[in-house]
Write a protein that binds this ligand. Structure first.
Ligand SMILES: [Zn+2]
Length: 318
């Protein structure tokens, strides 16, 4: 008997990435196909199938070993039925039964979920959450997504819309978020919003090597803030220290609500912020009534850019 495997498919607004994932969560083969998000539903489905076919072509024995195909896609979607509802980033699909179509084409069970739920599950099963029962996961990058995994199962809520932790507000007078609310943690701590705060400080007259690294204010990205911070820049340190404070306030609320056994943080911003994790842990007691909040491990995720593939594959394991 070949070792059981799953295929994880990560659908974005411009590409489909797929990977063959073994029983320990290692990604052993990957493919990548562009997707025309504004084309027909059929053409977009063909892109997903092409990414999966590429895996089978490279690893023919996978046809016998693969027990299911998991997919993570931009929401809104229905994780219970595997139907893609009406994502703004994928106008090609409206009420599209993606899981059913994949099962029909490949003859194995298929599951569909959003990227943060899926990536959180992968961390709970194979990654930094292994050994813990209740896992809180956050992916901090271009947005802030979260997943709540209890006993290796995603917590969905009544209609599958639970765990939108990135849109928990920490300041009702704060900046307007992409979702329309004020002061969501995403509006403070996502990559683009970190860059925005740095830009505002520069516009107010602060001097910093961030601008030299970026070339211009318009070209300023979070990566430049990170580079400047590593080189000892005072303004970059100020921006990232504030970011750590915002995240600490937010995590304190999460701790009071869930008291998880571990908090796993992934995404590009998480890597940048990981040197602040110890001080964030130490600061939690000021933002949680839970006097033992600081004991909860705050750790970097196992999966980086492959979080979507690993997460999608993990959907078959819950
Ligand atoms: Zn929001």
């Amino acid at each position: 008997m070949p070792e059981p495997m799953t295929i994880g498919v990560d659908i974005g607004g411009t590409k489909v990435a797929a990977g063959l994932v073994d029983a320990s969560g290692e990604i052993t083969n990957k493919s990548r196909v562009p997707i025309a998000a504004t084309g027909s539903a059929e053409a977009a489905l063909d892109c997903v199938k092409a990414a999966i076919d590429e895996i089978y072509a490279a690893v023919p024995e996978a046809r016998q070993a693969v027990s299911g195909i998991g997919i993570c896609a931009p929401g809104p979607l229905d994780p219970f039925t595997g139907v893609i509802l009406n994502p703004p980033n994928l106008p090609c699909w409206r009420n599209f039964p993606l899981a059913a179509e994949i099962t029909r084409s490949f003859g194995v069970p298929a599951r569909v979920d959003n990227d943060a739920n899926a990536a959180g599950l992968a961390e709970a099963i194979w990654g930094a959450g292994v050994g813990y029962t209740n896992v809180f996961f956050a992916i901090v990058g271009t947005g802030v997504g979260t997943g709540i995994v209890f006993d290796k199962k995603i917590y969905y809520g009544r209609t599958g819309c639970a765990a939108e932790g990135g849109h928990v507000t920490i300041d009702y007078r704060g900046p307007v978020c992409g979702c329309g609310k004020h002061g969501c943690i995403e509006a403070f701590a996502s990559g683009p919003n970190i860059a925005k705060r740095a830009r505002a400080k520069l516009a107010a007259g602060a001097k910093s090597s961030i601008l030299t690294l970026a070339g211009s204010t318009d070209a300023l990205r979070t990566e430049h803030v990170g580079e400047a911070y590593a080189a000892g820049d005072a303004l970059a340190a100020e921006v990232l220290t504030e970011t750590a404070e915002f995240l600490t306030i937010w995590l304190g609320t999460i701790v009071d609500l869930l008291e998880p056994d571990v908090m796993v943080i992934g995404g590009g911003v998480a890597e940048l912020m990981s040197t602040f994790f110890p001080r964030m842990s130490a600061g939690l007691s000021a933002w949680a009534i839970n006097k033992r909040a600081g004991e909860i491990p705050l750790v970097l995720a196992r999966y980086g850019n492959d979080a979507g593939i690993a997460g999608a594959a993990a959907l078959l394991k819950q």
